[in-house]
Design a protein around this ligand. Structure first.
Ligand code: DC
Length: 217
């Protein structure tokens, strides 16, 4: 089974995808961390995120150890990942790894921006998780406080708006819901209720698929 979870920054995709992986006993891949690794390796080498040729080179020589680097989750690397992920050849370089992971024998949950549309268009279930931008900014503000890197709310809000705009407007694999995605707005839901609602949506969807298949045969 493959489950795709897509949505904008700070929508809670990561938390939801991890919970779904645990619930359905699947592997989990946070695909944003791959783009973050590309951005981080460029930053560590002193390169500019705007240098497309070097970004492509970094994507072809991904350093797996960077996944555990303390700077991977910083706002600078998040913004860098958003920039390098717009280069089509960077996306192409990371595509097969994601597809191979999705097709691992135990099944997988992948979260990102283009999982339901490009990486796994045939996923068994696709969730598109959204939340109002001010709600996402408040959640990110809280996360940053908790990890000891507080930032002003208005700076976070402006960064999120910029990132949403960049991720959704790029020509290659933009952030958007697949036509067959199950839409889930978590603006008024807590973490637990979002997980419960996503599991309910997926189970209903899988049941409908089974019914349709048995009616057709
Ligand atoms: O989910 P995240 O914040 O870790 O992602 C960082 C950036 O990577 C995001 O702004 C856009 C890019 N990304 C992407 O283009 N496609 C994906 N499947 C995942 C992330």
């Amino acid at each position: 089974m493959i489950i795709a979870v897509d949505g904008p920054s700070a929508s809670g995709k990561g938390t939801l995808a991890r919970a779904l992986a645990e619930h359905f006993k699947l592997e989990h891949l946070d695909t944003g961390s791959l783009y973050r690794c590309v951005a981080l390796s460029m930053q560590l080498a002193g390169h500019n995120f705007q240098d497309e040729a070097l970004a492509i080179k970094a994507a072809h020589h991904l350093v797996p150890e960077l996944i555990n680097h303390p700077a991977l989750r910083t706002e600078t690397i998040g913004a860098g990942a958003s920039i390098v992920s717009a280069y089509p050849a960077v996306r192409q370089a990371l595509l097969q790894f994601q597809r191979d992971f999705a097709h691992s024998p135990s099944g997988a949950v992948l979260d990102g921006r283009d999982i339901g549309t490009v990486v796994c268009p045939d996923a068994d279930a696709k969730i598109f998780l959204t939340a109002a931008v001010d709600v996402r900014a408040r959640r990110r503000e809280q996360e940053l406080i908790e990890c000891g890197m507080p930032q002003p709310y208005l700076t976070i809000l402006a960064d999120l708006n910029k990132r949403d705009e960049r991720d959704a407007s790029r020509p290659t694999a933009p952030l958007k819901a697949a036509p067959d995605a199950l839409l889930l707005d978590s603006s008024n839901l807590g973490k637990e209720n979002t997980i419960v609602e996503a599991i309910r949506l997926i189970n209903t969807h899988l049941l409908q698929k089974v019914r349709l298949t048995s009616e057709q045969s």
